[in-house]
Design a protein. Structure first.
Length: 113
């Protein structure tokens, strides 16, 4: 008999997509962000996934994550959200600054295989 997943896959997916959008691909760094970064804490619901859980999720769903991430990037690009500054709640935040070559040369944990 197999138990339930320790973490909701939808939450893990949100964490991974957020991390990739910030250029964070190391599962250890993603784990640290979920512990230390307010945005990651909010997205993860303050669930602190162990880096091995994150890495295993990426290995098992890497191809699907990659396809979804590309779709998100295309939507963001069409909306003009990539490479610009925006102001939210009196603080400036950078939008996605992603170089497509980065994803063609990096393959973290099965990403883009």
């Amino acid at each position: 008999m197999q138990g339930a997943a320790a973490f909701d896959p939808a939450v893990l997916l949100k964490i991974i997509l957020l991390a990739y959008s910030r250029g964070i691909i190391s599962s250890r760094k993603i784990e640290a962000a979920c512990r230390e970064n307010r945005l990651f804490i909010a997205v993860s619901g303050d669930s602190q996934s162990h880096f091995t859980t994150l890495a295993a999720f990426i290995v098992n769903a890497g191809e699907l994550i990659a396809k979804l991430f590309v779709q998100v990037l295309l939507i963001c690009d069409r909306q003009g959200l990539i490479g610009k500054r925006q102001q939210t709640d009196a603080s400036h935040t950078e939008t996605l600054h992603l170089d497509h070559r980065y994803f063609h040369h990096r393959q973290p944990y099965g990403f883009m295989r």
